[in-house]
Design a binder for this molecule. Structure first.
Ligand code: URA
Length: 208
């Protein structure tokens, strides 16, 4: 199983507030950012460090800094944008790559309509952000695109995951770790996660 469910009390409390039927757009948006911040903390737990010597207040001092190139955050349009500032609070110098996917109404497969990746993807950790891992189609397509562009190190941060999406990711991309605040019960016939949050994009953008 490649999913890590973050059971920290703050994560669980914030998710509970987001599940309220009458949550306002303002509150949902703020909670999305706060949750993203906490989930990003967990997702970056294993970043590699290197020993560096710096000039400290009392002379030379050995410190540890994050090794390698700046990571890239990859919001999947549109709902992923709601998590972006929360993640950037923790990694302000991260580079941003953006993916937009539309559903082909005949094949029902996600088709990219926008992709803009930062350079040197082969040397960067990519943190994909999308609030809801439902069928997994968008996440699989985004990982496909990142790998096609050379990326080898990918973590997905979601707020709520469905077993169906986790299963598909396990089949297609078992090397990609998923960090989530919850693994919910199932998808309904309309593709919504149950109990889930409803349409996260609509709630973040106020288009309900
Ligand atoms: N996307 C959402 O926003 N919510 C779901 O429950 C599933 C997909």
């Amino acid at each position: 199983m490649q999913i890590t469910v973050v059971n920290h009390p703050l994560v669980q409390h914030k998710l509970a507030l987001m599940r309220e039927a009458d949550v306002s757009t303002n509150k949902f948006r703020l909670l999305t950012e706060e949750l993203a911040r906490l989930l990003a903390y967990e997702a970056t737990r294993d970043l590699e460090l290197e020993d560096v010597t710096i000039n400290g207040w009392c002379g030379e001092v050995q410190v540890k800094k994050i090794k390698g190139k700046k990571l890239t955050v990859v919001p999947i349009l549109r709902a992923g944008l709601g998590m972006l500032n929360g993640v950037l609070d923790l990694v302000p110098s991260a580079k941003i790559s953006v993916v937009g996917l539309a559903r082909d109404e005949e094949t029902l497969q996600p088709v990219p309509y926008f992709e803009k990746f930062v350079g040197d993807l082969q040397d960067r950790l990519a943190l994909i952000i999308d609030p809801m891992l439902a069928t997994g189609g968008s996440l699989v397509a985004t990982v496909d695109m990142l790998k096609r562009n050379g990326c080898k190190d990918i973590i997905a941060i979601v707020m709520v995951a469905a077993p169906e999406g986790v299963k598909l990711m396990n089949e297609k991309h078992p090397d990609v770790k998923i960090v989530s605040a919850s693994l919910d019960s199932h998808l309904n016939e309309q593709g919504y996660i149950i109990p889930g949050l409803g349409d996260a994009g609509d709630k973040i953008f106020g288009t309900i």
